[in-house]
Design a protein around this ligand. Structure first.
Ligand code: AKG
Ligand code: FE2
Length: 296
């Protein structure tokens, strides 16, 4: 059947997914709440190395106290390791990662065409590291979580992930529970009282990307060895969500090489944020499709 002329919310994005050969990853996201795209499909050869080098370079050169979380005692950090925040203003390679096609189209499958960046950050986990408690990234969203998600996460795995090296873990199908996990459900393998039966480690090669919905329960195993775990994550959100980062310092010069898609991702042309002048109607009108369908 010729489907080329069909028009419906989400179809343009699905065509991009087909062109990239990522259809099975869409099925996995819908079924399990996450997918892992292998390095050869995630980005051109060499990109992940560039991204890893930038994470290490910028993390090592930031002032220790630049990020509040980096000076908290380990036990008080929700995620142990050295964090680098608001990366899109720091280096072109971080900007490129947020629009890199495989991750972008899968994020757009989850959030629809109105997606924006919520947070662009990285974590370097050297030596011994505490586990990350199980949670989902629907931050501040009350239950029942909407079946269409408010956020999603595209994590670039930049060193080989094994359980021993502190891999991410996921709970397949947990996105369909439409709630946050409770304290009693924290798995035993990370010091909780709950079952490990449905906890799967994300064992993956450096250069893979793990894409998961904002409703998918996940965390990370602790690490007891001297390996260095490196990751870079973009959390995307829908246009009505207040982003975690302030993008007002992202300049035209930073945006220009990465195109209109990136401009929208960093909230150019947003209708929110007005003062006495009130909203600009032509900008408000841009959010029309997102009120018609979860893919708008
Ligand atoms: O990579 C990790 O350690 C987990 C971080 C996390 O929870 C996230 O990126 O949402
Ligand atoms: Fe998370």
């Amino acid at each position: 059947m010729d489907m080329q002329n069909w028009k419906a919310p989400g179809i343009d994005n699905y065509r991009e997914i087909q062109a990239l050969g990522l259809e099975s990853h869409v099925a996995e996201i819908d079924t399990y709440g996450f997918t892992v795209v292998p390095p050869e499909k995630a980005a051109p050869a060499g990109f992940a190395d560039k991204l890893r080098d930038a994470v290490i370079r910028h993390t090592r050169s930031q002032d220790g106290a630049d990020a509040h979380i980096n000076v908290l005692e380990k036990e008080r950090r929700p995620v142990d390791g050295e964090h680098l925040f608001h990366t899109v203003g720091r280096d072109p390679v971080f900007r490129e990662a947020t629009v890199s096609p495989a991750g972008y189209v899968l994020a757009a499958h989850i959030l629809g065409a109105s997606l924006r960046i919520y947070q662009s950050s990285s974590i370097l986990k050297a030596s011994k590291i505490l586990p990350v408690p199980m949670h989902c990234d629907s931050i501040s969203v009350p239950p029942p979580l909407p079946p269409w998600c408010a956020t999603c996460n595209v994590t670039w795995i930049l060193s080989d992930y094994t359980k021993e090296n502190g891999a991410l873990f996921m709970v397949p199908g947990s996105h369909r529970l439409q709630r946050h996990p409770t304290l009693a459900e924290q798995p035993k393998s990370i010091g909780g009282q709950g079952s490990d039966d449905n906890v799967v480690p994300i064992v993956a090669k450096a250069g893979s990307i793990c894409v998961f919905t904002g409703n998918t329960w996940h965390g990370a195993f602790g690490k007891d060895n001297d390996s260095t775990r490196v990751s870079y994550a973009t959390i995307y959100c829908r246009t009505f969500v207040m982003p975690a980062e302030d993008f007002s310092d992202v300049t035209d010069e930073m945006i220009a090489p990465h195109g209109d898609r990136f401009a929208r991702l960093v909230w150019r042309n947003k209708w929110q944020g007005y003062g006495k002048e009130g909203p600009r109607q032509e900008l408000l009108a841009l959010s029309g499709p997102s009120t018609q369908s979860p893919f708008g």
